[in-house]
Write a protein that binds this ligand. Structure first.
Ligand code: SF4
Length: 323
């Protein structure tokens, strides 16, 4: 592909034009480490700093339950093929309330509650209502749960949720037991109920093609998505996909930059696993994580892989995002 073509796409991106699928595919084909690569990262960085007013964001996620998950995602530490259930637990709600108060005091911007696909829907609503009482009125509250219909989406709203994190994963239905069509129906149910949708291209592994990645980037554009993200797959020991390895930090930053330029999320652009490179390539949002985490064999991720609020803040500052 000619340098001229890439230059034209860069000019259009810098002029604020909407990029198309073909543009995204061409940008993803830029060789990592080339002159165009750094130019791409720089353009995405500048593109994100203005709408985000140079402010980073820290969201916090509490995993409230661990059990051998029937969805059996081939990258997840809680998949039933990996997690034998000996240490299954539900985080006592009083503990979740205390953790929430600590996270709010630490200044996190938004709070997410996460469960496996097993967790009871009604139990989750009452759990969430107890946690919600500890949040400032204006703080966004986000559910990260299994699939649901519009009636349940309404109940999530009544329980105090403002949004949901929900995605059609890369490899959905092949590397998971979930129905890709159902994932989409849940996205629609959330949108139709007026819940804010948080979307992410994930979990990106070395085998995913540019076309698959672009499908998920552009799916976000079909919905109102104001918080977008990219996430690489982490090699969790014992999982089926462990042997496929991980994409490099350089590759993730390129995908991050292309996603930022194609979606232009108004509120935030997130990244997992967070690093300074992505935070200089369009991303401004990272997570502090507590308790269970599908990317971690430890059931207390705050002692292992999960970032603390302090760590997240240090990462944002390293890339000169204010927080
Ligand atoms: S990623 Fe979520 S749905 Fe999939 S196995 Fe893990 S907990 Fe279950």
């Amino acid at each position: 592909m000619s340098t001229e073509t890439i230059k034209t796409i860069f000019s259009r991106a810098q002029a604020g034009e909407t990029l198309g699928r073909e543009d995204a595919l061409k940008l993803l084909a830029i060789p990592n480490g080339s002159r165009e690569y750094y130019e791409l990262l720089g353009i995405a960085n500048r593109d994100a700093r203005r709408p985000f007013a140079n402010r980073g964001q820290i969201f916090a996620q509490i995993g409230i339950e661990a059990s051998p998950c029937a969805a059996n995602c081939a990258f997840c530490s809680l998949a039933e093929d990996v997690f034998d259930g000996k240490d299954s637990f539900v985080l006592p709600v009083s503990e979740a309330e205390t953790i929430t108060e600590q996270l709010v005091k630490a200044g996190v911007d938004e709070l997410f509650l996460m469960t496996t696909a097993n967790y009871g829907k009604e139990a989750f609503l009452s759990y969430a209502a107890a946690v919600k009482k500890h949040l400032p009125k204006a703080m966004r509250f986000v559910a990260n749960v299994g699939d649901f219909d519009e009636a349940y989406a309404q109940k999530l709203k009544e329980a105090g949720f403002t949004g949901v994190y929900h995605i059609r994963r890369l490899g959905e239905g092949v590397d998971t037991r979930l129905d890709p069509g159902q994932r989409i129906r849940t996205l629609d149910a959330a949108r139709d109920a007026g819940l804010e949708l948080y979307y992410c291209v994930e979990p990106i592994g070395p085998e995913h093609t540019p076309e698959e990645i672009v499908d998920e980037i552009f799916r976000a554009r079909e919905y109102p998505v104001e918080v977008m993200a990219v996430m690489k797959r982490v090699c969790v020991p014992g999982t089926k996909l462990y042997s496929r390895g991980e994409i490099s930090a350089a590759e993730l930053a390129k995908i991050c930059a292309v996603t930022e330029l194609c979606v232009r999320p108004k509120r935030a652009m997130g990244v997992h696993e967070p690093d300074e490179l992505c935070l200089m390539a369009g991303a401004n949002q990272i997570y502090a994580e507590v308790s269970v985490n599908p990317r971690d064999r430890s059931l207390q991720t705050e002692r292992s892989r999960g970032a603390s609020v302090e760590r997240a803040k240090a990462l944002l500052h390293a890339a000169e995002w204010e927080w």
